[in-house]
Structure formats: structure tokens, C-alpha cells
Design a protein around this ligand. Sequence first.
Ligand code: HEM
Length: 458
Amino acid sequence: MLQILFAAFITLYLFYEFYWKRRNFPPGPTPLPIVGNLLEVLLKSPGYEAYQRWKRDFGAVHTYWICGLPIVSIADYEIIKETFIKDGENLTLHTLRDFGMGRNIMEERVMIEVDFLLERLATQKENVYMQNEFDIAVGSVINNILFGYRFDEEHLHEFDLLKAALRQLVYKLQNPLIILASCSPIIKSLPFINGFYNRLLADRDVLYGFVRKQIAEKRKQINYGVDSSEDFVESYLKEWERKKGTKQEEFYFEQQLEAVIFDIWTAGMETTSNTLTWSIVYIMNNPDVQTKIHEELDRVIRSDRKITMSDKNSLPYTNAVISEVQRLANLVPQNLCRLNSEEVVVKGYKIPAGTIMVPQICSVLYDEKIFPDPYKFDPNRFLKPDGSYQNRPELVPFSVGKRQCAGEGMAKLELYSFLANLFQRFKISCKTLPSLEKTMGTVVTSKPYYCDFEERHK
Ligand code: HEM
């Protein structure tokens, strides 16, 4: 009797796992019990190959399972556009427009860090650990815009603590144990996993603690009598004060301010810093690219002066290199998931409200129909035959639609300003060529490497 019951239970379980729970979703790879399709992603990290294979085998709209969670993936540019960019969506609402301070101030703050970065590199000259340099530069831009100060000598210790916590978050959030723990309270309560999960929360709390301390400091110093603001927190607090007593007051509250700052810090730091790190990896592995950037800078700029945004349109090759870096670095292998608020029909599949959907931008950036030979670093993809810059709408490293990156403008400003000025001033070389191998995380990171710097204009 017991055997019959057991066999019936197993049959029902398998029927549920392999058919019933999947019946309302677009087709996809068969998920294993408990882990779903997680192993296929992890075995070939950072996951691009699994996403490409599922697109090939099941079509551009398919379902995969991370533990018990079904994720409907849209892996084709045209369908992503139809699904996520709807008429009338107001993108600007979600965009951190100039952080309430005006575009010039943003460029000013980025250029301050360009100067500091160049001076640090000129002083060190040899064996410079690039990740660290880019981290300090990008972290200082964000901190200066949010709180009005940069990470100078006096604040470097504070920066090191924040960076360590942030790096742990970036790695741990893609750790299979954390993913499993997030999906199941039972798994989360297992002793070893629980400890690991709690350390992740402790890293998050380091960042939140810092944010709260900064807001409290700002409140002590703020002068509500002066209209203009020096940083984002000041601008937010003044706007909040102005809205008091109006209907809009409800949109301003402490938790929102803390969460926005936390998001900007976490989303803006590792993404930009690692894209800069990848830039040097690809350029060092393709030496003719550095020669061509120098040739363009010498022909267009014709001096050793600083390069600013006003030069951008005159530097098509430099812009093409940055675009190709963003494409090939393909920084976010598993894009952020979204919960669709209402039922949608995508390519004939009815996808119910409350389903997790993801615009799988990594499959677009490596789509060989759009970018032939996709794993090759080739800036010419972004150049017209006459040498001018070729805009490619399928270049979507910042994603698309309502939830696309809120810091795109700032990130582009930073990538351009840091890289153009770095190559304007230096010839860069590496005694050991940087590895092209990617380490998986929320964003993909490169292996550590070291560079030497030679002044170009003596
Ligand atoms: C090269 C640099 C960057 C890349 C490649 C990048 C990429 C992305 C991507 C793919 C998303 C997810 C979009 C989606 O849900 O479909 C995102 C979201 C976001 N990004 Fe960026 N980003 C970069 C830099 C920045 C910077 C500099 C900031 C701010 C200072 C920023 C702030 C944000 C915020 C606030 C979100 C929304 C997070 C959320 O919805 O939870 N990003 N970014």
C-alpha cells in the first residue's frame, strides 16, 4: 500500500514539475526540481551561452526557471521594442535628470575626477592596478553628486569600506546559494545558508548606514533660504520643503530618499567602473585601436588640452570604440527582472499578469544577425563608410523602456570623459596582456591587471 502511495506521489510530482506548472508559459528548457535551469547558467558562466541556446532552441520568447520561479525571456530586439517600449510611456519620469543640478555641474564634477585620475596615473606611472583607479574615480563622481564631497585622502578609508560591501553584494547576489535562499524560506533557514544570507544583509546595511549618516549630516548644514543646491540630497530636501502643505508632499519621504540613493550608489558604481576596466582590456588586446584613437585625437584636437563634451561629435572613432566596448563587455548577463502588471500577448503567447519578464539584452548585444562575428572586438561596426559615427539602436547595454537605466546620461558622460582624456594624455601598455575571461556577478568583472603610462605630450 505504502509503495503504491509513494509511486502515485512521485508520478503526481513529476507530472506537476514537468508539465502542469509549465503549461501556461511559452516553451523553454526543462527545469529540474528545486534548481530549475540555474545549473545550465552556472556551468557556462556568465550565462550568455545558455541564453543564446534557449533562444535558438525555443525561439526569442521562451521560459526558463530559476529555482521555482518562471522567467519569461524576450531575447530579440524587435520583440523587446514592441513589448517594453509602449506608446506614451514617460521615460523622463524615471530618469535622474541631472540630479536636480543641471548638466554643466555634472560635467564639471566628472572633469574634476578626470584631473585627479590623470595626476594619480602620471605619478604612479608603472604597474597601476586599474580597477582600483577607476573605482575611486567613479565612486568620487557619484559621492560628489549625491553628497557634495569626493573621496580624497581624508575619505579613502570610508570609500574602502563602502567598496568592499558593494563588491560583496555584486558577487553574492548571483551566488546560487543566495538565489536558492531568496526563492525558498526553508532553504534560507538552513544553518550554513542562513549565515551566508545574513552576511549579505550585513553588507547591504553597511551601505544603508552610510546613506543615513550622510542625510543626517546634510540636514544639520542645509540652508533652506538659498534656492540653488550643491548636491542631490540638498536638492531633494529643498524640493520636499517646498512641497510641504501641497498634494505632492506625499511623494517625498525618508525611505524613498534612502532607497534612491542606495540604488544610485549600487547601480552606478560597479557598472561604470567595470565598463572602464573592460575598455582597457579590449584596447590592450587590440593594439591598433589605441594607435587609431591617438591618430584621431592628434588630428582633431591638435594639442594637449583637456577633451570635453563639446568635442564629442568630432571624435567618431573614439565614440565607436566606447560603443563596441559596451557591446562586447555585455556587462549585465541576466538583466533585471520585471513583474508585468497586466496580461500581455507576446508573439501569440498569452502571458498572465504577475509573471516575471526580462528583456534579455545580452542576447541582443551578441545577436549575430545584428552584429556579425559577435565575440570579435570591432569598433568599425559603429562607423559609416565615410568614417562618421553610425548609431545602432540595437546597442542596448542600458536596456529599454520604462525601467531602462536611470543613469544612462551620466554613465555616457563618464565613459567618454575618462577614456578620451586618458588616451589624450597617455600611451598605455601592459607587461602582461589582460585576460579576456569574465567573472560572473550582477555585472561581469575582469581579472586584475596592471598598466604602465607614458606621457604623449612632453
Ligand atoms: C556603463 C554603465 C551602466 C550600465 C551598463 C547600466 C545598465 C543598467 C541596466 C541594464 C539596468 C536595468 C534596466 C532594466 O531593468 O531593464 C540599469 C538600471 C539602473 N541604473 Fe544603470 N547602468 C549604468 C550606469 C548607471 C549609473 C551611472 C547610474 C546612476 C548614477 C545608474 C542608475 C541606475 C538605476 C537607478 C537603475 C534602476 C534600478 C532599478 O530599477 O532597480 N546606472 N542600469
